[in-house]
Design a protein around this ligand. Structure first.
Ligand SMILES: [Zn+2]
Length: 118
């Protein structure tokens, strides 16, 4: 059985850590002290979030997108399935990389393709 709650917490923490790197003002830092669950629920926090998102570099933005996508899929049967071949992604891999959207074989295939394109 997949530990959905544990994975969700891990994803939210990762997301928060990424934003924390670019927080500058006290108000923004206070935002991170809020309860991790309410952070997602409270839509009033969106403005701070947009400002922070603006400061993230491309790599961090890509990570946030991957996290959001995983959070969105979490709890549906799509989570933990490879987006390319549809096979179940091993639980050990999901625990190590909760944002994994591909199984290891497909990810390696994509990586070698990306290397070829360079
Ligand atoms: Zn696959």
């Amino acid at each position: 059985m997949l530990q959905v709650e544990g994975i969700r917490k891990k994803l939210l923490t990762q997301r928060r850590d990424l934003f924390r790197q670019v927080a500058q003002t006290e108000e923004e830092l206070r935002w991170f002290q809020r309860d991790i669950e309410s952070e997602v629920e409270e839509r009033g926090q969106e403005e701070t979030m947009v400002q922070l998102l603006d400061r993230l570099d491309g790599r961090a933005k890509t990570e946030i997108e991957a996290i959001d996508r995983a959070l969105f899929k979490l709890g549906t049967e799509r989570y933990g399935r490879c987006e390319r071949c549809g096979k179940a992604i091993p639980q050990s891999r999901l625990e190590a990389v909760p944002t994994a959207a591909l199984c290891l074989a497909c990810e390696q295939a994509e990586e070698s393709q990306a290397t070829l394109r360079k």
